[in-house]
Ligand binder design. Structure first.
Ligand code: SF4
Length: 333
């Protein structure tokens, strides 16, 4: 039987190496990913992550998968930036429910140095004072803005690459792949941890998926968190009629992310609502160790499984929510 050495952390992968991993016979790939997973993580622990949309819809960007883009005719209700007290109350509730991290999302193209940003800074400070780790996803950031967030106590910043550099223009025309990389760099320079991954099911090829993983896995420091999303088809967006993502494609992506970025949290993100429990179990086996869960069954603006159902699934699979200080439970509203 093949012996798998303890995986070393590398950032000099070649496209051919990652392609060879991605294209392995499926069961061999899952076995290798599960082995690497056990070298760096407890296989019976999964982080339960929380997300609150603090400003919804009306976004000027044209991301073809997103129901929050103002130019598409979707059923999403536009919501201005929520009052600080309301957001802090949500965070307090999350803490009471056992959360130690709280993530806020605003549908902005980029952060502007205006009153709204000042209010987000207040939110970060006040939620940090509650003893929660704070995460934000606010669009593009300058170095100074990232520094302000860090000084306010921000722990993590989410900014997904979405897809490969080669395929990027097919999905989004209002910004470039390099814009994304610049923001990620600004976040790193400010000393904030990174959450960055992508989406499959956008019409990309296997080579695009490999290319996306290559960019992430060759960062000087791997993102601490790597969300792998299956397209959630939103009515009214250009992607509404795309075929459902094949579960084995998700498993391949997750396993390849796990093998190439052994220490990162690999998050099984959007698309779980269309997966059976058995399919999700395969994703955990392939190295996913984080999910989004929600009380009101939404993940920003798309459906997500109910928290109690997730907890039942965890019980059946022998999984417990991760609780430690760096990789702990969050709650979604
Ligand atoms: S994904 Fe983000 S940036 Fe793109 S349209 Fe949606 S809210 Fe705007």
């Amino acid at each position: 039987m093949q012996t798998i050495q303890r995986a070393i952390i590398r950032n000099n992968w070649t496209k051919e190496e990652i392609e060879a991993i991605y294209n392995k016979p499926l069961l061999e790939l899952i076995y290798e990913a599960a082995t690497v997973h056990r070298q760096y993580h407890k296989p019976d622990e999964v982080q339960v992550s929380t997300l609150l949309s603090i400003k919804t819809g009306g976004c000027p960007e044209d991301c073809s998968y997103c129901g929050q883009a103002a130019r598409y005719h979707t059923d999403i209700k536009v919501q201005k930036l929520l009052p600080t007290e309301m957001v802090v109350a949500h965070a307090q509730k999350a803490k009471e429910n056992g959360s130690s991290r709280f993530c806020m999302a605003a549908a902005w193209r980029e952060v502007r140095d205006n009153r709204d940003f000042d209010r987000v800074i207040e939110m970060v400070e006040q939620i940090n004072d509650l003893g929660l780790e704070v995460c934000c996803t606010l669009g593009m950031l300058t170095e100074d803005q990232a520094k302000r967030l860090q000084e306010a106590g921000l722990y993590a910043y989410n900014h997904n690459l979405d897809t490969s550099e080669e395929f990027y223009d097919e999905i989004i025309s209002t910004r470039s792949f390099n814009n994304r990389l610049n923001t990620l760099q600004n976040v790193r320079k400010a000393g904030i941890t990174l959450c960055s991954g992508g989406i499959i099911g956008l019409g990309e090829t296997d080579r695009d998926r490999v290319s996306l993983l290559l960019t992430l896995a060759n960062m000087e420091t791997h993102p601490e968190s790597v969300p792998i999303n299956a397209l959630a088809r939103v009515k009214g967006t250009p992607m509404e009629n795309m075929p459902k993502v094949d579960i084995w494609d998700m498993v391949r992506m997750i396993a390849t992310a796990r093998i190439t970025m052994p220490k990162s949290m690999v998050r099984l993100s959007a698309g779980r609502i269309e997966m059976t429990e058995v399919e999700q179990a395969w994703c955990f086996m392939a190295g996913a160790n984080s999910i989004f869960a929600g009380e009101n069954k939404t993940l920003l603006v798309t459906p997500n499984p109910e928290l109690s159902l997730d907890m039942q699934m965890f019980n059946r699979l022998g999984i417990k929510p991760m609780q430690n200080s760096k990789q702990e439970t969050e709650t979604v509203f």
